[in-house]
Design a protein around this ligand. Sequence first.
Ligand SMILES: *Cc1c(COP(=O)(O)O)cnc(C)c1O
Length: 311
Amino acid sequence: MFLESKSENQQIFLPELEGKNIQLFIKREDKIHPDVSGNKFRKLKYNLVKAIQQKKQMVLTFGGAYSNHILATAAAGNINNLKTVGIIRGDELGNDLESTLTSNPTLQKSADYGMQFEFISRERYREKYDPTFLKSLEEKFGDFHLIPEGGTNELAVQGCEEILTNDDEQFDYICCCVGTGGTLSGLICSSKHYQKIIGFPALKGNFLKEEVAKRVHRRENWKLMNEYHFGGYAKFSDGLIHFINRFKAQTDIPLDPIYTGKMMFGILDMIEKDQFSKNAKILVIHTGGLQGIEGFNKMLEKKKRELKLDA
Ligand SMILES: *Cc1c(COP(=O)(O)O)cnc(C)c1O
């Protein structure tokens, strides 16, 4: 593969931590690679190893137009000499590819890494694992290794088990954002029994608890905090943007608006409400996603909002 990776833990100092007897650290997985950042690197690793072992020339995956997973797959494929195909939700995006790429830095960068796109309707997207459809993709693009939307499968969970190292056994709590729950599952599997793993879903819905439970071999030292999704996936408030900008100014650590920003807001809210035990040592996983900031700002600009995430 590429880039064996171990990322540093950085302590966070903030006014709201003073007098709280809490030590807060963040694992900078966002620094692994600008475009294969954080958990997407972990999730792709053993998938690409398998594709290469099986002598596949190509990987194919699915995602939305701003997906961190799409860009990570394009970049990691490029580094490993694998062709990549991205099946993207939204057939209208394919009508004028040039204008789509100009307004969407995620897809533009993915195209620069050599990814081929297939834009499909939302209805088709819902049925994306239908065997007849997959067969038609194979006829069109050739033989491929399939990686599911968001990149979560057993190989992805295996990769995410490598996020925690022996040094991290000192922490009482591990906090992580949740999309499909693959990353959280890997953390739970590699945690110590005395550690508590807390997931912060970036979307609404009750299906996650069951999804994670299935993957973690009856371990129970974890829970989900469902009150910090800000209305659902990719929804946000002005307050969230201001929070992310302030956090960046105070710590020099950038957060993304879809996942890590919401989680950090939640963690500081829980600290304020004394929901962690006294003298707790907390490790927050920075899962990356920073590539999305540029596209997010373009979207705000298009909506003629004064608001903007500081780069
Ligand atoms: C994809 C992503 C997640 C969600 O990971 P899951 O394994 O799907 O739960 C969290 N944070 C960032 C920055 C991501 O890009």
